[in-house]
Every structure is written in structure tokens, then in C-alpha cells.
Ligand binder design. Sequence first.
Ligand code: ATP
Ligand code: MG
Length: 250
Amino acid sequence: MALYTQLMNNLDTLALSKMKENLEPVVNKTINDPNYSFTDALLDLTNAEITFRDERARKINITISSFPYQKTLKDFDFTYQATVSKEKILDLATLRFMENKSNVIFMGSPGVGRTHLATALGMEAAGQRISTYFINFATLMEKFKQASKENRVEQVVKHYLKYSLLIIDEIGYLPIDRNASYGFFQLVAARYEKRSTILTTNQPFSKWGEVFGDTVIANAILDRLVHHCEIIKINGMSYRLKGKNIFEED
Ligand SMILES: Nc1ncnc2c1ncn2[C@@H]1O[C@H](COP(=O)(O)OP(=O)(O)OP(=O)(O)O)[C@@H](O)[C@H]1O
Ligand SMILES: [Mg+2]
């Protein structure tokens, strides 16, 4: 078998598809350019493979993070939402808050961009291959409710503890089972000062007693969440109403 064919087969066997793709131009360059060394050639080939693998890993990590949509800070119109400090959000996007195991809470009414901003920060983390997971609060509470019936709350806590960044979207009024609230408290306590959590809510903290159906549990949850926390209150109009005047009488 010709040496070149053998080499191509080896690259196939080793699953080095990008090295294989780039082999021909690189070999030609080694022949035509006397300044292009064997080391240069190997470096270019391995770089092509690494770049491809990094990008693939980034995409996979974003996919498994289960975001509701893929939106970044570039898609966010800061001029529309005057109460959101662009500087503060860009600082959060450096993920410095994760180094300190701090939390972030986005608070505001529907459509103001809470899920968008939480997702954008999550995409940043997932893109850097930090284990990230997005879950809706109602879904999480359902899991705790079920787990408490089956006596395996601890396993659920363990599962959600493993993510370096957990995003819990839309803490609000639901008919919440007391056991589910207690499960949530255990998760918050387990992540406290160990892992960062981003939360979004449409309820002020004063209402969390009603949200969790128990003031004592709600206070214990809040105490741990806000100890190291960036609270972003968004007071503007829903982005969905941009350019619309639905409250005006016609
Ligand atoms: N300032 C903004 N710039 C660009 N798009 C925005 C902005 N604010 C919100 N959006 C878009 O508007 C829609 C609603 O935003 P988002 O999902 O973040 O709402 P929310 O605050 O989580 O409220 P809800 O949960 O009720 O939908 C999304 O498609 C989001 O991308
Ligand atoms: Mg939302």
C-alpha cells in the first residue's frame, strides 16, 4: 500500500478527521515551501484537530445544558431595558461570580429578559465546558415531590449538586408540596458556598413564604441564597410588547 494511503488509513483508525482533511494541503506546503518545517506541518495538523474538537465539545456542552433557547448577550438589547446595567451583566459574563461560588437572581415581571439573561450567562459557562444545567422551577419541584414519595430526595440533591452552574428558572406561585419545598431547601443548602446557582423569579423576596408554602423554609432558603449573591431587579416593560401599545384604549 502506498505510504500516503497508509497514513490516511492511520488517521481514520485514530479518528483524526481534521488532520486527515488537512493532510494534502499541508504535505504540499512542506514540498513547496522550504521554510515550512516538519514541526510546522505537525503543529498545523494538530491545531486543526484541536480547534475542531474544542468547538464540537462546546456545542455538545451547550446542547446537554438544556437551555430553553440559545440566546447570548449579543442578542440582548440593553437600550430597551434601562434598569439593567450592561457593565454589571458583562462582569457576570466573565463568570468571576462562579469563582466565589456566588449566586445570581434575576427578578422582574414577565418578558423583561430574565430567562434570556440567565440563559446567556449559562451559555457562556457551557461554552467554556463548565458543567451547566438549566431547569424550570416547576419541573424541579415535581422531581422533589416524586422523590420524597419514593424516599430518594438525597439522590436528587446529589444529582443537581454536581453541576458547577445550575439555572433554576421562574420561581413563582405554584401549588407546592411541603416535601418538595424541603427538598429544594436541601439542594440550596448543599450548593451553598460550593457551587453557583442562577435563579429567576417574578416574586419579591417578601412573597417567598407564600411561594414555598412555609415561611421558615423560605427564610432558610433565602438566607443561604442571598448571602453571596448578585440581585438584578429589572423594572422595565416586557420586550414582547416592544412597539405595541396594548394598554391604550382604541
Ligand atoms: N432586552 C432584550 N433584548 C432582546 N431580546 C429580549 C430582551 N428582553 C427580552 N427579550 C426577548 O423577549 C422574549 C422574552 O424574554 P424572556 O424569555 O427573557 O422573558 P422573562 O423575563 O423570562 O419572562 P417570561 O418568563 O414571562 O417569558 C425572549 O425571546 C427574549 O429573547
Ligand atoms: Mg422566563
